[in-house]
Design a protein around this ligand. Sequence first.
Ligand SMILES: [Zn+2]
Length: 156
Amino acid sequence: MRIRSVYLAGGIKGFTNQQFRGWREEAEATFNLAGIGVFSPARKPLFGSDQIFFREDLREIKNADAVLVEYRNRFRNYTGTDMEIFYAYSIGIPVVAFVGEEKDWVLKCDCGKEHKGQAPSFWLKQTCDVVVPDMEMAIEYILSLNDKKYPEKYLN
Ligand SMILES: [Zn+2]
């Protein structure tokens, strides 16, 4: 398999600009160095037809060779991301998610307590080739698909 383009899935709505754009820009720079292009939904205008965005996103996933998923925020809704993951999985496109470290899944709340976020659902592990803590590991796995050197330690 030759990876030529990667779709960058993850939270957008309810995230700050830095949260939804920062990692995508880093990932794009890394992939570009390896001669790989990206489809980034974060590049789309913030306002427009939801139906057009939805259809475009699905078309881009279909045209991608892999999907990289940001899934780090344990207190946000990832409904769109979840559906993108399942769509890619169901049409046989490799999906790789980075979920952060468990110790970071804690929210210091206004009520004075710390709340622990939910661990990702087992559906994530079933639909992703690999689920890893950080983006670098996830990108390393995608790049490894090009030369078929699968890092065994990441495989589910
Ligand atoms: Zn609270």
